[in-house]
Each structure stands twice: as C-alpha cells, then as structure tokens.
Design a protein around this ligand. Sequence first.
Ligand code: ZN
Length: 407
Amino acid sequence: MPHTIRLINATLYTPEHTAATEITFRDGRIVAIGERPDIEADATYDAQNAIVTPGLIDSLVHGGGGAATMDASHDSVYRIAESHARFGTTAICCGLSAAPMDYLTKVVDAIGEVAQNPSDTGSRVLGVYVEGKFGTPSKRGAHAKEHLGKPTVEAFKTLWKASRETIRIFSYAIEEDGGLELTRHLAERQDEYRNVVPTMGHTNADYDLACRAIDAGIRRATHTLNAMTPMHHRNLGVAEATLDDPRVFAEIIGDGLHVHPTWARLIMRLKGSGNAALITDALFAAALSSDQVSTTFERDEASSSLVTREGRRVFLRDGALFLPDGTLAGSRITLNDAVRNAVAWGASVEDAVRLSTQSPARNLSLSRKGELRPGYDADIAVFDADWNPLAVFVEGREIVNCLPRLS
Ligand SMILES: [Zn+2]
C-alpha cells in the first residue's frame, strides 16, 4: 500500500467547511490540507467533489455485523469494529448490557484486548462504555432487572482493572447507593483513570440531585431523554438538568425513533453542536444489509420476529429493534445514518459533522481525532450527497475506496 495518499477535488469539513480541496496523509497521519505540490504522493484519488469529513466517532455501539459486545469474545469485537468502519465510523466505544459481574469482567476484557491490539481492517476501538448495569430499576430500558447493580467505587475498580484500564465512559443512576461517592471519586482521579467520563444514565433522579451530581463531577448524559426522568414543567429531573447545564455533554441517538426528530433538533439547539454527540446505540443487527440479517438470524414467520443466536426474540421495525413487550432495545443504524438524519432535521452539515467527530473526540479527550488537521490521525471518510461512504481510511489504512485513482 502506498505511503503517501492524496485526495483531490474534496469538499472538506474540518469541522468548519474550508475552501481547500486537497488532503494529504502519510503513515497514519494527516500531513497537509490544501495544495502542496512539494509533497509527492504515491497515490492520488479524485474525490469528485464528494463530502470529506473526519472519520465518524460513535461513542456507543453494542454490536454490528451480526456480533455483539456481550458475546465476550475478541473476535466479536473485531467484527463489530469492521462492520461499522465500512460506513465511515473510524472509532467506537463498546457498550455493555446488564449481566452478572463475573460475566461483565470477561466482556470488558475482550473489549480491552481489542482496544490494545487494533486490527488493520476496522474502526479503532477506543475502549469500554459501561452502561445499563448500574441503572435504576424503573429506568432500566431493555436491561434485565435481576442483573442490575449498585454504582460503587468497588464495582468501578473491578471493571476498570478487568478492562485493562480502557473504560472511557462510566454511566450509572446517580440516585442509587454509591452514585454520588463514585462521582466524586472519578472526578478527583481523572489522571489515574485517564479522563474517564462520569456519566448519568438509566436514571430517575430529580432535578436537585441531578444538579448536585453535576456539581460533584458528572459530565455527560447517556442517550438523552431515553431511560431518564420524564420531563415536566414543574417537577424537573435529569433531562432538564442535562439540557440546561453547559457542564453536561448530551448524547442523541440519531435514529429518529428513540428521540423524536423535533426533540433531537431541540437538544442540538439547546446544547450546541460543541456540547452534544450523535450516537447509534447500535445492536448486533446494525451494519448489516437486509439480506445479511435474514441469513444471520433465524426468522420466526408466525410473529415476524427474529431469533438471535442466544435464543432471544427481537422484533425489527423501522430501523430499530424491539423486545416482545414493545421496549425499544437499540438501533440498527450506523453513524452516517444519524448524520444524514440530523441534516434532514435541520442541522447544518457543519454541525452534523461536528456532532459526530470533533465533539465526541473532545469529550473523550482524544487529542488527535475528530478533525481534519495536520498532525491528526488520518481518520477520513468520503461520503456521497446521501451520506453513503465512498472511501474510508482508519489511521491511514484503507477500509473502503471507490474513488478513481488518478496516479
Ligand atoms: Zn442504555
């Protein structure tokens, strides 16, 4: 594979739209934006005026390509990373579901192993997103009640060690026993825990407690409005605190089902594109074509449900997965779908790109990702006008490339 690659005739978003039309990268890093005839390229591709963005960063995926993080297998994590990369996502955090602690330690070990040993063919696995396990029963969503646990410092430390210190986001119900103590613990030890983000999620806390938790160090809200205290004009809760307080970074599941497009638009407007991120919350059935779904899963014709390899029954409807009782269980989208949706809902392309690149990178303290800038990782996605990937590079490695080669 050539060392130095150049894309020309590119419409660059970095994340501001720039008049420059060329980007050159070498050995995994961006070396130049704009025309640089002094740097010889080994290969030059014509982007044909397509949209070129930093690789998308999906902070929360549970699966993809038929594999699930909860398989507790590094092969599954590699498969998830490969499946999302084909759609322009160049970095992911792998989310958990509620399960017994001894099983979760195996799950986070597999994710940590892949985070430490990236493949050449997939998205960079940034680490673990712990969620669900430490939710409150009334806001557990699709997570099994019997496997919920308390968000204690001890529980965090167990998973931190088992994950090989790769937990990036730790989410919990702040009202559960240990929640505030854990928040203070994480906030005081940001160096030791590599800027892990203390996050509130699957929570039914009231507004006063949410404010106290934010004062104590909460900096992010898991899938805003989903599995959260319902909004009310007098009795406020976590949602209002998230929307109001600039210290809290808000996630938006961008499938148009988990959050109504009007609410997605309001969250984007209230938080600003610099303080929110689009996520997929993607399950195993994401990043698969309809044909692949039917060959990967057993279909129960009588109920039009799909039976997973684990024997779990799920329903596929409008790009999302539902449990038999109607609970939304996660999405089937990839992050390019969320970007397309955000633009359709009224976001500018600049804002939609920022929400899926620079903003999550900054919240996760990724110093070389999320922007097209010399010195940054060559995480680059090229999209057609409908946000379908034409080319994807992860740290300079070609994952997809349909662009014509000029030299
Ligand atoms: Zn969740």
